[in-house]
Write a protein that binds this ligand. Structure first.
Ligand code: NAD
Length: 427
């Protein structure tokens, strides 16, 4: 953080993802003739908190200070819900954009939450386990009055995982004086975490693959799939796709990209990453340039890493007929029309990756009731919610003669706008 205080205020909102989220919102709001009074209210978050805090390095050589954020976009629908991201380029605008996407996502699948998001501007790959624990506990202490099981419930996102959620649950519970499992979702099952939460986002998005394939006339068995990102979302999406009978021909992470025409053994790749943290050095295929991943000859691409990777130039090169967005905001607004003109069926992030927050919702409900469901119940309910949302979005798209992103956002924005209008303006 050193020396960056002066221009921090201007830079904080300067985020490509926020501009992308607002411009997409504006386009859809205009298309649906949304009341401008409501639209204005939804463009900016209701609450945004920014903190700075120190953490000590393991070798006692330095105390580093970092920036942390928590943004609650809409408080109208119930408590707010959204992940916490640790990444070197996190800023207020990015977190605000992700909180907005969470609002639409929850509304599209019918969950009783508004959107939130949190983040710490830090590179998680440079932290030891103990440093990460200290960062997490201090960050949560800084935002503790902002969150709560009936207020705002965090979850994992990029750079955070079940262990980080466990530290959050412990830090919050220590301050409150008793265990509060419902403060966070995506926890280990031993602490009240739900069965099937870890795999939920990847599995949820791949549950839409057969529906999308049916619409595009693509055969699921043997369909060639490419996945960018081999973290929580990417690896379980790749695994679920291979379990469906697809051939996963390409995978990548921030260290390398691997191609294997006859199919990558996803379980092997997962075991390798479990041991080595990254894909670099994995021998299950040829190493290719990461920029060439989306150019591979394939049927389905699943961007499941970072935002803004499908630019107009990348869109021009895509050969796949289906794209299912695992990451949040992977497609830039200018790339969308190119994909649509090429006839690529894009299943948008707000629908495709909603499996994570859906099982998080199940986890929260189970924690509040202290009554836990079986994996079979959870997977069945997840599939039911995802399939229903897909069918509803598809029928809006057919009725409105529009793409799935516009249709999904129309559904989500309509629900939130109706709730706002029903509650009225206070006082
Ligand atoms: P993660 O930290 O577990 O994994 C991120 C992966 O992306 C890692 O494999 C990393 O190496 C890779 N990556 C980073 N930069 C890359 C680059 N430039 N090129 C290729 N790979 C790169 O994060 P995650 O939880 O899997 O989240 C991935 C995306 O999915 C994010 O956009 C996140 O917002 C979104 N998402 C996550 C969840 C969830 O439940 N975890 C839910 C909904 C959406």
């Amino acid at each position: 953080m050193k020396h960056e205080i002066l221009d921090v205020v201007t830079r904080e909102w300067d985020s490509a993802l926020y501009n992308q989220a607002v411009s997409t919102f504006n386009r859809v709001a205009e298309h649906m003739g949304l009341d401008e009074n409501v639209a204005e209210r939804l463009r900016v978050p209701q609450r945004a908190m920014m903190v700075t805090f120190p953490y000590r390095l393991d070798d006692y050589s330095e105390v580093e200070s970092v920036f942390g954020y928590r943004v609650q976009h809409v408080l109208t629908m119930g408590p707010t819900k959204g992940g916490i991201r640790y990444a070197p380029d996190v800023n207020l605008g990015e977190v605000a954009a992700l909180a907005m996407l969470m609002t639409w996502k929850c509304a599209i699948v019918g969950l009783p939450f508004g959107g939130a998001k949190g983040g710490v501007r830090i590179d998680p790959f440079n932290l030891s386990r103990t440093e990460k624990q200290r960062v997490t506990r201090r960050y949560i202490t800084e935002i503790i009055n902002f969150i709560g099981p009936n207020k705002d419930i965090p979850a994992p996102d990029m750079g955070t995982d079940a262990q980080v959620m466990a530290w959050i649950m412990d830090t919050y519970s220590q301050q409150i004086g008793h265990s509060v499992p419902a403060i966070v979702t995506g926890k280990p099952p031993a602490l009240g975490g739900s069965e099937a939460r870890r795999e939920a986002t990847g599995r949820g998005l791949v549950s839409l693959l057969p529906l999308a394939a049916h619409h595009r006339g693509v055969k699921v068995e043997g369909a060639r799939v490419v996945v960018q990102g081999f973290g929580n979302v990417g690896r379980y999406a790749a695994l679920a796709a291979s379990e469906l009978g697809c051939t996963v021909v390409g995978v990548s992470d921030h260290t390398c990209a691997i191609y294997n025409r006859s199919g990558i053994d996803v379980a092997d790749a997962m075991a390798y990453v479990e041991k080595n943290r990254v894909l670099e050095g994995f021998q299950g295929g040829d190493v290719i340039d990461g920029d060439d991943l989306f150019k591979l000859d394939c049927d389905v691409i699943i961007p499941a890493a970072i935002g803004g990777v499908i630019t107009p130039e990348v869109a021009e090169e895509i050969t796949a007929s289906i794209m299912i967005e695992g990451a949040n905001g992977p497609t830039t607004p200018l790339a969308d029309p190119i994909l649509n003109d090429k006839g690529v069926l894009v299943v948008p992030d707000v629908l495709a990756n909603a499996g994570g927050v859906t099982v998080s919702y199940f986890e929260w409900v189970q924690d509040l009731q202290n009554y836990f469901w079986s994996e079979t119940e959870i997977v069945g309910r997840l599939r039911e919610i995802m399939n229903k949302a897909f069918d509803e979005v598809m029928s809006i798209a057919t009725r409105e003669k529009t793409d799935l992103r516009t249709a999904a956002l129309m559904k989500g924005i309509r629900r939130v706008a109706d709730a706002k209008l029903a509650r009225g303006v206070f006082p």
